[in-house]
Design a protein around this ligand. Structure first.
Ligand SMILES: [Zn+2]
Length: 290
């Protein structure tokens, strides 16, 4: 996977200091997670930035790597998006570094599914519940943990084959069109599901469409969502570590069989979880790729 490299030179005192901005993967495809890395800064430097209209939330690892995660929305129209990174050395004027990143159209297949008709046209008695569930999620997106809760790379919540990819154009019972904002991982009822990274549990609920649902807040507007579970092993407020068991696989809600639907969001954008699972976010030599 390639990266885009950009370089500027900071004049700190009198010695030129090269600062390198990397975007990976280099192809900003619809629905994709992006890692922005800024190399060559010192702990006292302030690093801020934006990608299109989204703020970049930079964090510094123990090794001094300066990183931010952002994403391209599935529905973002192809074309250039402005990437802007600003580095401010103590007592100096900020150095602004900007360039366009070109968003490319993704290739998404069509899928037809048959589900219980109540999931295509929900009976009136459930409509209020569905609205309330939607609002409960929106409230979570508005109050993320402001400190980073995870460290290093993320792991598979369950290692099995992928039964549906992110972004599929779906047709339910030949009536309802929607997009698939997650990754479906195969398995059996009762298979253990683990947290893909450390964070705080912010939702444990039975919901109409997503069934048994857990949401983990990883901080800095990064979330993971686990759907269709048959049992919960955590509660709201729990701090979970990467790889910790959180629940069991099931087929609750709008599911055609037992599987885990995994979703991820950053900066209020749903992106393909494979991007996070495949991204090397290692922070020190001792930690291998999980
Ligand atoms: Zn799914």
């Amino acid at each position: 996977m390639g990266s885009l490299l950009l370089m500027v030179t900071l004049l700190a005192n009198t010695a030129p200091r090269p600062v390198l901005v990397t975007v990976s993967p280099a192809e900003a495809i619809q629905g994709q997670l992006l890692l922005i890395e800024v190399a060559g800064t010192e702990p006292g430097d302030e690093v801020t930035g934006s990608f299109g209209k989204h703020t970049l939330r930079f964090f510094r690892t123990a090794r001094g790597q300066v990183r931010a995660l952002t994403a391209v929305s599935l529905k973002h129209k192809p074309g250039p998006v402005a990437l802007r990174v600003q580095v401010t050395l103590p007592g100096q004027d900020p150095i602004v570094h900007g360039r366009p990143v070109t968003v490319q159209a993704g290739q998404f297949e069509k899928q037809t599914l048959r589900v219980d008709s109540k999931f295509v046209r929900p009976p009136k008695k459930y409509r209020r519940q569905i609205r309330q569930e939607r609002r409960a999620l929106s409230r979570l997106w508005k109050a993320p943990a402001t400190e980073r809760q995870w460290r290093g790379s993320f792991i598979w919540p369950r290692r099995d084959k992928i039964c549906s990819t992110f972004g599929l154009k779906r047709m339910f019972n030949k009536q309802l069109r929607s997009r698939h904002y997650g990754l479906d991982i195969d398995g059996k009822n009762g298979d253990p599901i683990v947290a893909m990274g450390a964070g705080r549990v912010v939702m444990v609920a039975e919901r109409y469409y997503s069934g048994g649902t857990i949401v983990i807040d990883h901080g800095l507007k990064l979330f993971s969502l686990y759907f269709h579970l048959s049992a919960f092993e955590v509660k709201v407020g729990d701090r979970v570590e990467r790889g910790q068991r959180i629940g069991l696989m099931g087929e609750s809600g709008r599911a055609t069989g037992p599987h885990l639907h995994l979703s991820n969001r950053v900066e209020n954008i749903s992106f393909d979880p494979l991007g996070l699972l495949n991204m090397d976010l290692t922070e020190n030599q001792k930690e291998g790729t999980p």
